[in-house]
Design a protein around this ligand. Structure first.
Ligand code: NAI
Length: 462
């Protein structure tokens, strides 16, 4: 039995970042992880492998569609799927090994196995019980199940199975037009699959700015994705490697079916806390199964904290990381803070989609007086040269004070561009502050400045 200041349960972005920060702050730290490698869902079967496949399939798209225009003559590349999966796995391995290196560097013990908490101050892994002054639960989330749809990991898969299909499907049905469905749907569409997305609501990517939703769906349609909107999937039937997806259109209750050789279920994720023993400990959870915490991430049991996907808030790796760092500060007797108003969200399709702060819809609901500064990438020289003129930057600012309230970008490198606006918002900046900042030419970021100018006297290149 070993004794620690902190034991973190789970080594995803929330857990491993928390462990590293705890160690940096001088706390004797261990992290429990039952997978064979560190990094949790994000590094092993989520963010990182999906980005590798998005990158590879985007390169194929460039070769097929834009090389000839640039005077690059080559035969269209063919896809070696096994090698693409190797590349994806190598990408995962370098990242998970990187966390192992960081653990060693920071003298964090990796306790291998699945943890339970028999009582406050104790963590059981296998037959061993370890002592900890404080415990941080960072056990993450799992794909939510859908009644009537049985995941078999081959024909009907969740995001995890979709990252290691035996072959590229000819016809794929994606259930749910959220982030996972659209990222992985675009991978397989680029690789040649006929992809149909079936979505319960009338708009894709729930909660996103309405104008971005429309533009995004138009672009995805242009890339070959089909959409069935306002459709509730009721069941799937699988026979000899073929699936039949049955759904009802909400407008008239009519029943329909689509056939596919692969079905991706992407209808959300649920908090994962199985086996920890929360009930016996008396740790409160809400209806969604999320662990209830106070503003310092403390659960209802003294000395036990929780962060990331297992508590409320957006299920995003970087939100979990921020909470991990903040709770480490709290445990070290310092001040931990996360600004939940400024958490960016990014969809890594091509083009990327990124947002931070409030949408126009939310501002209208709140009755806020706001102004919109919008700039199309068509007016951005760099974007035009790189076949990326479709899309825009939209900044929402307070009508009176000009303070930035939100920003929504669809276009090249949107996931990177959004951060200049995040920093501006952290400093309580006005749109004019961005407009008065010199931006290098020719860069995509000039479109951000132009959108900020559009909140005032107007952009230059429109
Ligand atoms: P989601 O909640 O984003 O989208 C699920 C969609 O499925 C919704 O549009 C919903 O209306 C639809 N749906 C639900 N039941 C349905 C039914 N019976 N028939 C048809 N449609 C139905 O969930 P998703 O995409 O699975 O992602 C899960 C979580 O993972 C999200 O919180 C997301 O933010 C996070 N994530 C983030 C990524 C990123 O930041 N790039 C990448 C991947 C996941």
């Amino acid at each position: 039995m070993a004794s620690y200041d902190v034991i973190v349960i789970g080594s995803g972005p929330g857990g491993y970042v928390c462990a590293i920060r705890c160690a940096q702050l001088g706390l004797k730290t261990a992290c429990v992880e039952g997978r064979e490698t560190l990094g949790g869902t994000c590094l092993n079967v989520g963010c990182i492998p999906s980005k590798a496949l998005l990158h590879a399939s985007h390169m194929l798209h460039e070769a097929e569609h834009n090389f000839a225009t640039m005077g690059l003559k080559a035969k269209a590349p063919s896809v070696d799927w096994a090698q693409m999966l190797n590349y994806k796995q190598d990408t995962v391995n370098t990242n998970t090994k990187g966390i192992e290196f960081l653990f060693k560097k920071n003298k964090i013990d990796w306790i291998k196995g699945w943890a339970s908490i028999p009582e406050a101050g104790k963590v059981k892994v296998g037959d061993e019980v370890h002592e900890a002054k404080n415990i941080v639960i960072a056990s993450g989330s799992d794909s939510a199940s859908l009644p009537g749809v049985e995941v078999d990991g081959k024909t009907v898969v969740t995001s995890e199975g979709a990252l290691e299909l035996g072959k590229i499907p000819k016809e794929m049905v994606v259930i749910g037009a959220g982030v996972i469905g659209l990222e992985l749907g675009s991978v397989y569409a680029r690789l040649g699959a006929k992809v149909t997305v079936v979505e319960y609501l009338e708009a894709i990517t729930p909660g996103m700015d309405g104008e971005v939703q429309k533009t995004f769906q138009r672009m995805l349609k242009k890339q070959g994705l089909d959409f069935v909107m306002g459709a509730a999937v009721e069941k799937t039937d699988v026979s000899r490697g073929k699936a039949k997806v049955s759904y009802k259109l909400r407008k008239d209750d009519s029943a329909h079916e689509i056939a596919a050789d692969c079905v991706l279920v992407a209808t959300g994720r649920r908090p994962y806390s199985e086996g920890l023993g929360l009930d016996a400990l008396g740790i409160e959870t809400n209806k969604q199964g999320q662990i209830a915490v106070d503003d310092q991430w403390a659960t209802s049991v003294k000395g036990i904290y929780a962060i990331g996907d297992v508590i409320a808030g957006p299920m995003l790796a970087h939100k979990a990381e921020d909470e991990g760092m903040a709770v480490a500060e709290v445990l070290a007797g310092k001040h931990g803070h996360v600004n939940y108003e400024v958490i960016p969200g990014v969809i890594y399709t091509h083009p990327e989609v990124a947002s931070v702060g409030k949408t126009e819809e939310v501002l209208k609901d709140e009755g806020r007086a706001y102004k919109v500064g919008k700039f199309s990438f068509m007016g951005n020289a760099r974007a035009k040269a790189n076949f990326s003129g479709d899309g825009f930057v939209k900044i929402l600012a307070d009508k009176e004070t000009d303070r930035i309230l939100g920003a929504h970008i669809i276009g090249p490198a949107a996931g990177d561009l959004i951060h200049e606006i995040c920093v501006a918002m952290e400093f309580g900046a006005a749109a004019q502050d961005l407009a008065l900042t010199c931006h290098a030419h020719p860069t995509y970021s000039e479109a951000v400045r132009e959108a900020a100018l559009a909140c005032g006297d107007g952009p230059i290149h429109m």
